[in-house]
Write a protein that binds this ligand. Structure first.
Ligand SMILES: Cc1cc2nc3c(=O)[nH]c(=O)nc-3n(C[C@H](O)[C@H](O)[C@H](O)COP(=O)(O)OP(=O)(O)OC[C@H]3O[C@@H](n4cnc5c(N)ncnc54)[C@H](O)[C@@H]3O)c2cc1C
Length: 357
């Protein structure tokens, strides 16, 4: 391969792809809408799995850097019943296959490993068209146009590149997170620090209401309260209204929501078709990550984006002519499997068995 690969989106998927191509001697350019690497906070902790995210980092030659970024002790899981009693409490003995890192730290590792200038910040794709012969023209708001013979859409949930391949767009999946943060918890919220345990804490009624608490670096608790409600329910919401939805739960659990040190954020969940997205193969363009298979959060999305990236990067480095086709043949069944798995709601027994193993 001679011409650089054009990647749109510098999320974990796009950056992993750029790195896998780089270690295989293939040049790429990553066009990213955000103005700089620090333009936006990068979200919370991610558990990176030994069956998809970690092999992708291996393919990118970044396992040493990844291991150095792992937050010790965070792969612990605690389950609480809605009355606050303990269901399970699994310690992190360092042998699990899902170590936790801060998303921003992982992104920094991926960015630092790329040749200077690979990522073109401040390039928001606002138009894309097929020129024929496998070539495409991209236009960037206020930043001109480029043409490419190999385009990868790594531009997330609301991908513009996707429109070349399919008319599918994400729809609301019926669930939303309310996101809160509690800082310096040992000092400022000692009762919540005690309840939360050292890693991830899950409180669920197994009927559509759940609170997930992640203990991040620096004494921060990062909380997602999940509700199964239509989008309109969240119009003009406040914390008191959200807390009322958890009526009947132990009052100390509700403080994970009401004691927030930050204004609560509504994070609705969107998904591409439940049977998994497919498209007719088109020369010169494909998708990875959320652009290809957005699903409600189930702890796999970032890991799958990195797996897609590693498989596509390896195919481009090793196959002549049919790299995109061979990548898509593996991608489509995996996306269908993930779309189904992401809507699965565990029972109390399933959760105890899964996390306490
Ligand atoms: C609340 C929440 C919690 C989650 N927790 C987890 C978890 O614990 N574990 C896990 O594995 N997954 C998790 N996920 C899913 C995960 O965040 C996504 O699946 C993952 O980020 C997808 O990576 P990506 O690279 O495909 O897309 P993204 O991370 O969305 O990156 C896309 C990039 O493209 C850029 N972009 C978008 N449009 C354009 C454009 N027009 N022009 C140029 N650039 C553009 C964006 O700015 C962005 O940088 C969670 C998701 C949510 C919403």
């Amino acid at each position: 391969m001679n011409a650089p690969v054009t990647i749109v989106g510098a999320g974990l998927g796009g950056l992993t792809l750029a790195n896998v191509l780089h270690v295989n001697g293939i040049e790429s350019i990553v066009y990213e809408a955000e103005r700089s690497a620090d333009a936006r906070a990068q979200g919370g902790m991610l558990d990176i799995h030994d069956y998809n995210g970690q092999p992708a980092l291996e393919a990118a030659g970044l396992m040493t850097e990844f291991r150095a970024a792992v937050l010790p002790g965070r792969e612990a899981y605690r389950g609480l019943a809605t009355d606050g009693t303990l269901l399970f409490d699994k310690a992190d003995d360092g042998t699990g296959g899902r170590p936790e890192v801060q998303r921003g730290e992982l992104r920094r590792i991926l960015l630092d490993a790329l040749p200077t200038g690979t990522v073109r910040w401040g390039h928001k794709l606002d138009g894309v068209r097929t020129l024929g012969g496998g070539r495409h023209e991209l236009s960037f708001a206020g930043r001109g146009r480029v043409t490419t013979s190999l385009l990868v859409g790594a531009d997330g949930a609301w991908s513009r590149v996707r429109s070349l391949l399919t008319a599918a767009t994400p729809v609301y999946a019926g669930t939303s997170f309310i996101e809160t943060f509690l800082y310096d918890v040992e000092k400022r919220h000692p009762e919540l620090a005690r309840l939360a345990g050292p890693g991830t804490t899950i409180v669920s009624d197994f009927a559509g209401r759940q609170i997930n608490v992640h203990r991040e670096a620096g004494g921060t608790l990062h909380v997602y309260a999940e509700l199964t409600e239509p989008l309109e329910f969240f119009d003009g919401f406040d914390l008191a209204r959200i807390a009322r939805e958890f009526d009947g739960w132990a009052p100390e659990l509700l403080a994970f929501i009401t004691a927030s040190d930050t204004p609560p954020l509504h994070r609705p969940h969107y998904a591409l078709p439940a049977e998994g997205l497919r498209w007719d193969h088109m020369t010169g363009v494909t998708l990875i990550g959320d652009a290809a298979h957005l699903a409600p959060p189930d702890g796999e999305g970032a890991n799958l984006a990195m797996q897609d990236a590693a498989e596509l990067g390896t195919a481009l480095a090793t196959r002549d002519g049919d790299a995109l086709l061979s990548y898509e043949e593996t991608l489509f069944p995996r996306s269908a499997e993930h779309a189904e798995a992401a809507t699965y709601k565990p029972t109390r027994e399933d959760m105890i068995e899964f996390f306490a193993m």
